[in-house]
Every structure is written in C-alpha cells, then in structure tokens.
Design a protein around this ligand. Structure first.
Ligand code: AMP
Length: 192
C-alpha cells in the first residue's frame, strides 16, 4: 500500500500530476476540491455550504473537510493506496489525518511538494480560468486570496511533514514541463 500527499499551492499542478501518477500506480486519487465541486454541481447541502467559501477563495471549515476526507477513504476499502491532492491544508487537518490513519492502521509514505513562484501561479490560474469555467480561477482577487491563504495556513505543513517524515519529504521544481515533473515524481516513487 502506498499513500502519498501531493502538496503545493493552487495552480502548482497537483491535480495534473496526481492523475498521471494514479494511472501509473493504480492508486485512488482523492481531491477534496473535486469532491466539493461535484457537490456544488449536484446542488447538495455540502455543495451549497462549500461554495460560500470557495467562491471567495477561503478554506471550507476543517470539521466539514475532515468528515469529507474520512468518508472518501471509506469508499475504497480495497484500495492499493491513495494520492491526496489538496488535503491537508491546515495544521488541524494534518492532525486529524494522522489520527485517522492511526485508527485505520495506515501509514503515510511520502509528501511530494511542488514548488512554483507566485507570478507563475497567478498566470497559470488565470489561464486555467478561461478553459475550466472554474469561478475561483476567473477573478484575480480570488486567486490572490487563495495564494495568501496558502501562505498563511497551508505552507506551514511543509515543516510539519519535513520533521515528521524526514527523508520522505521531497521538494520538486514544479515550474517545468508537465512530463519533466512527472519523470521526477515517477523516479522518486519507484525508487522508494
Ligand atoms: P482545489 O481544487 O484544491 O484548488 O480547491 C478549491 C477550493 O476548495 C479551495 O480554494 C477551498 O475553498 C476548497 N478546498 C479544497 N480542499 C480543501 C481543504 N483541504 N480544506 C479546506 N478547503 C478546501
């Protein structure tokens, strides 16, 4: 079983790399952002609640997100492992994740952290907004807010996992071609 966190700011390419890795390793990909968006599409109560936060670039409250992650894990009891994309995003989420893994007797194998400069993130997200139809990618203020939220609440998890996992935390230059980044990720994961 392999459990991997793909970490990085919005627009760093987590979703793209997670999809590539998922087909290579046959793991399950859990993107909390995708689950929230599906709920919005289906007009569920969770979707209505999440949209209030997502539209302005804020994080959905921890209790809601942690419950969602926990029920996503339950959906794949036979899984060979998971790629977590967009979770955890706060220190409380990371602690809840640790507790959940302990309860389920699972272990986190590695954290892959994609590093991309802020200017590049903004440019990528604005470009994605044109094609994806994602509301939160179409407004520069919302994009800047998401990056600020990342800097204030999420980036701290790098030192958390660096300390926790020591030599299983990998920083990857995410400002290159998708295929070059994936080559790096693939060689890290296959040499693990
Ligand atoms: P993403 O698709 O990962 O960029 O997430 C889009 C939006 O979903 C974020 O800006 C948040 O509003 C919400 N979201 C996704 N994952 C989380 C999380 N782990 N904690 C709180 N909010 C989240």
């Amino acid at each position: 079983m392999k459990n991997i966190i793909l970490f990085g700011p919005p627009g760093s390419g987590k979703g793209t790399q997670a999809e590539l890795l998922m087909s290579e390793l046959k793991l399950n990909h859990i993107s909390t952002g995708d689950v929230f968006r599906n709920n919005i599409k289906n007009s569920t109560n969770l979707g209505k609640l999440a949209a209030k936060y997502m539209d302005s670039g804020q994080l959905v409250p921890d209790e809601v997100t942690i419950d969602l992650l926990s029920s996503e894990l339950e959906k794949f009891p036979q899984s060979k492992g998971f790629i977590f994309d967009g979770f955890p995003r706060t220190i409380d989420q990371a602690h809840a994740f640790d507790a959940l893994f302990k309860k389920k007797d699972l272990s986190l194998d590695m954290v892959l952290s994609l590093e991309v400069s802020e200017d590049e993130l903004v440019a990528r997200l604005l470009k994605r907004g044109i094609s994806s139809g994602r509301k939160d990618d179409q407004n520069k203020d919302v994009i800047l807010n998401r990056i600020q939220v990342y800097n204030q609440q999420t980036s701290i998890l790098k030192s958390y996992y660096l300390e926790k996992l020591n030599n299983s935390f990998f920083s990857i230059d995410g400002e290159r071609d998708v295929s070059l980044i994936f080559n790096d990720i693939n060689s890290i994961v296959s040499n693990y």
